[in-house]
Design a protein around this ligand. Structure first.
Ligand SMILES: Cc1cc2nc3c(=O)[nH]c(=O)nc-3n(C[C@H](O)[C@H](O)[C@H](O)COP(=O)(O)OP(=O)(O)OC[C@H]3O[C@@H](n4cnc5c(N)ncnc54)[C@H](O)[C@@H]3O)c2cc1C
Length: 496
């Protein structure tokens, strides 16, 4: 007899209504006919998954039908990757930090998502790389029509129609355990009253802790700079609740502190043309006015995020002159940011946005390097010397300092000159709860905690210290696949 009195009972409670949670709930109901409750903290389900533009898969039906990837994307890979290439890339990119069981789960199970979503009516408009001209990327990025938002609408409909009970505005608070096993969960209902649900298994699909500044500060490798972070461009409630609940049950963590981080013009959104301009391979200087990187690495925006985060106070000033403003406006961007800013998109709002940002004091303008430095508040002599040196490399077509390719060497000469303040911006956290290949949460001895699972961004195992854009769509591919694999393990455990 349980010591708890339950208000209601289910076989399975899923915490979080993003891609991973909805996929888990849908499969548990459809394939196992389990009684499933899905608790979502926000008024609507979707989470960060509505922003995802595509998902990774290996050997999918879309890849098989297309046979070869589009050539114009500019990757070194002329074929769709094999399971082995996927596996090796995750392990190599993470310097063996990734969990082989989780990686194997990912490469073998992501293709099924494409089949399921096609069956539910999703059409895929492309299978490619994410950032055009990034040589290292594998062609894994499956881009659905209507992107993540549409995928999540379709999955919500399927989950509801399958008969899952979805409770919105109902945050989960605490997992209830007896004799080392999950027996229930405590939540707050939409009126703020305590709700105690009995269940045999809980799947934590609550999206990591990327929106919890205190946790980012505590765990992140960049913690000493966290005061300077901008907290992303989207409003979410991924505040580490799943991690907290799992830790209370004796869960181990894995690679805690890894983040999906991008550079973003401070205070702006990903779609801003000033943000797009600042993310180009133009001159980047630190807060002392010194050049700080081969700006070409911004082709992988995760690397660019790390590059900005490691600068003093997490500050990079992206510098452009009137010629570059004209180039980006008329010829378009050299680097795209997925669908937020497409490759070669003309930044037609750039001049207007720059004028507004200068007026608002978040970007700066000057007719000379010295004048611009004074406007920003950095040492004019140092900055002028940096610009002069950089311009000499542009003239020679050779960059002996950082080895940037000639085609990205754009001088900073024609007035007016502008500076855009790029800051590290967290999209989501990527390290978290330790799991095994069935997505069971494990303790410090790597033993599963009976009845407890973590999926999507709550589960760790695919990454090293940075998000792996070499395999584009990894997080969203993982969210769907991990939800499904966890649900099937619950079915097997409960039904044999
Ligand atoms: C702007 C942006 C763009 C992205 N683009 C891509 C992309 O193109 N490709 C890619 O692979 N990845 C992308 N990602 C990463 C994306 O987050 C993952 O791909 C994935 O979809 C996450 O799914 P999830 O189910 O783990 O989490 P989420 O979709 O974030 O879902 C978590 C849910 O849990 C809820 N929740 C939190 N706490 C509780 C609680 N206590 N009780 C109940 N519910 C709770 C949240 O409200 C949320 O709805 C992007 C992320 C962002 C922010």
């Amino acid at each position: 007899m349980s010591k708890y009195v339950f208000d209601t009972e289910y076989d399975l409670v899923v915490v979080g209504g993003g891609a991973s949670g909805k996929m888990a709930a849908y499969i548990a109901k459809k394939e196992g006919d389990l009684n499933v409750a899905l608790l979502e903290k926000m008024e609507k389900t979707g989470g960060s998954s509505i922003y995802a533009e595509g998902q990774a898969a290996f050997n999918s039906i879309e890849q098989q039908e297309r046979k070869t990837p589009p050539k114009e994307t500019g990757t070194a890979f002329d074929h769709y990757p094999t399971y082995k290439e996927g596996y090796d890339r995750y392990m190599d990119y993470s310097h063996q930090r990734a969990n082989p069981d989780v990686v194997r789960m990912q490469v073998y199970n992501t293709a099924e998502t494409i089949e399921i979503m096609r069956g539910l009516g999703i059409k895929y408009t492309g299978v490619m790389i994410y950032a055009y001209e990034q040589q290292n990327e594998l062609n894994t990025f499956h881009r659905p029509d209507g992107l993540g938002e549409h995928m999540q609408e379709v999955l919500l409909r399927a989950t509801t129609n399958a008969g899952v009970d979805i409770f919105t505005s109902t945050p989960a608070k605490r997992i209830l355990m007896e004799d080392g096993k999950v027996v229930g969960i405590e939540a707050l209902d939409s009126d703020g009253n305590k709700l105690t649900i009995g269940c045999k298994a809980v799947i934590l699909a609550s999206g990591g802790y990327g929106n919890n500044p205190e946790m980012v500060s505590r765990y992140s490798a960049w913690q000493h700079r966290v005061a300077f972070y901008t907290y992303q461009c989207v409003e979410l409630q991924n505040t580490g609740d799943g991690l907290k609940m799992a830790l209370e049950c004796g869960a181990d963590t894995d690679n805690l502190g890894a983040l999906m981080m991008v550079p973003c013009a401070r205070g702006k959104q990903l779609t801003a043309h000033t943000n797009a301009a600042g993310s180009q391979p133009i001159l980047w200087v630190d807060r002392f006015g010194k050049r700080c990187a081969n700006e070409e690495m911004a082709l992988s925006f995760m690397n660019a995020g790390a590059c900005v985060a490691k600068q003093p106070q997490g500050i990079v000033y992206a510098i452009l002159d009137a010629d570059t403003v004209q180039y980006l406006t008329e010829d378009g961007s050299d680097i795209g940011l997925g669908d937020f800013i497409e490759f070669k998109q003309k930044l037609t709002r750039l001049q207007t946005e720059l004028d507004q940002d200068v007026a608002d004091g978040v970007a700066w303008k000057g007719d000379t390097a010295e004048e611009l430095a004074e406007a920003i508040g950095i040492d004019p002599a140092t900055f002028a010397a940096t610009v002069a040196e950089y311009n000499s490399y542009c003239d020679k077509g050779e960059d002996p300092l950082f080895f940037k390719s000639k085609k990205y060497l754009r001088p900073v000469r024609k007035a007016p000159l502008y500076a855009i303040n790029m800051a590290p911006s967290i999209l989501v956290s990527t390290g978290g709860i330790r799991v095994n290949g069935d997505l069971q949460v494990t303790n410090i001895n790597y033993e599963p905690i009976p009845g407890l699972y973590a999926v999507g961004l709550e589960a760790s195992g695919l990454y090293g210290d940075n998000y792996n854009l070499d395999v584009p769509g990894t997080a969203n591919g993982f969210a769907h696949a991990s939800g499904r694999v966890a649900a099937r393990h619950v079915i097997k455990t409960l039904k044999g």
